[in-house]
Design a protein around this ligand. Structure first.
Ligand code: GLP
Length: 296
């Protein structure tokens, strides 16, 4: 696990965007796992900017979103489908046929079949190369609330009262917040080849503390990321407030060997480094220095 404490949310989001761009340059048909919520908004804005200004090309990429509210049509303004199109997909050249989100309208007996097909689609795409994550104030990832099996797959879950409250600002009233969601499981998330978790602000500090330095437990699902071989935690000063080893995390980044500087974009076997990036010079510059190293 690598913990990067940035001076600001904007800086952390630029770091995340550069890492995603480096992956797409190296592997144009990359499979991205995407998240909703406030945390990744700056990343999407930066990726849109890189698409417009630097030619970052999403045409061969595939995306899978983490979760969706049960009962909301894709056009519902509070649906995650709507969120992703308005905040990201509408502004890049992604192929709509390669955009996958859990359904908000599947019901009853069809839910289980849908979830199995979602898992099968991820497998058919070759698995997720990089999963973007936020974290709930209770330590959930996706919508895997505390108590979720750490081996779980895509399925229906019931939100806690706290999460409904946290997410109420995205709806007109709290009564409108659905009780049920379909979410990738913790096991589905753990299968991604790399994971980028972003958390900003004091409201996330406790959950981040548990995720990075707490005991691994279903009581705080994000803590399982300690078992992931390539998990990067991108924070601002406020969300890092409860971490006891801040100085060491900074020390690691400050003393990173030069060859690790673009390493998140590297394949696992490590055969291709930054020099393999077949992108225009501007894009090459934009992603230069991206990446991390000591991830486990
Ligand atoms: C929701 C989403 C999560 C997200 C979390 C935090 O619960 N299902 O995927 O990480 O909110 O959202 P935010 O980034 O807005 O704090």
């Amino acid at each position: 696990m690598e913990v990067a404490i940035h001076a600001s949310e904007a800086e952390a989001c630029r770091d995340a965007a550069r890492q995603i761009a480096a992956l797409i340059c190296r592997k144009p048909d990359a499979v991205l796992g995407l998240a909703t919520g406030r945390s990744p908004l700056g990343v999407y804005a930066e990726l849109i900017r890189m698409h417009r200004n630097d030619g970052l090309d999403f045409s061969r990429a595939t995306t899978f979103n983490l979760d969706e509210y049960v009962g909301l049509r894709p056009s519902h303004p509070s649906s995650y489908n709507h969120f992703m199109w308005t905040n990201f997909f509408d502004h890049i050249n992604v192929n709509p046929a390669r955009v996958f989100l859990p359904s908000g309208t599947v019901e009853g007996r069809d839910v289980e079949g849908f979830c199995q097909r979602y898992e099968a689609e991820i497998a058919r795409a070759g698995g997720i190369d990089m999963q973007i994550l936020g974290i709930g104030s209770d330590g959930h990832i996706g919508f895997n609330e505390p108590g979720s099996s750490l081996a779980s797959r895509t399925r229906i879950k019931t939100l806690t009262a706290r999460t409904r409250q946290d997410n109420a600002p995205y709806f007109q009233t709290i009564e409108e917040v659905p009780y049920h969601v379909i979410t990738m499981g913790v096991g589905t998330i753990m299968d991604a080849r790399s994971v980028l978790l972003m958390a900003f602000g004091t409201s996330k500090a406790k959950a981040v503390g548990g995720c990075v330095e707490g005991a691994i437990s279903a009581a705080l699902p994000a803590s399982i990321l300690q078992m992931h071989p390539r998990a990067i935690i991108l924070l601002d000063e406020d969300s890092a407030d409860c971490l006891s080893r801040k100085d060491y995390y900074r020390w690691v980044l400050d003393h990173k060997p030069a060859w690790q500087h673009s390493s998140l974009g590297r394949s696992r076997s490590g055969e291709d480094g930054p020099s393999a990036i077949p992108a225009p010079e501007r894009l090459r510059k934009a992603v230069d220095g991206s990446g991390t190293g000591n991830t486990d």
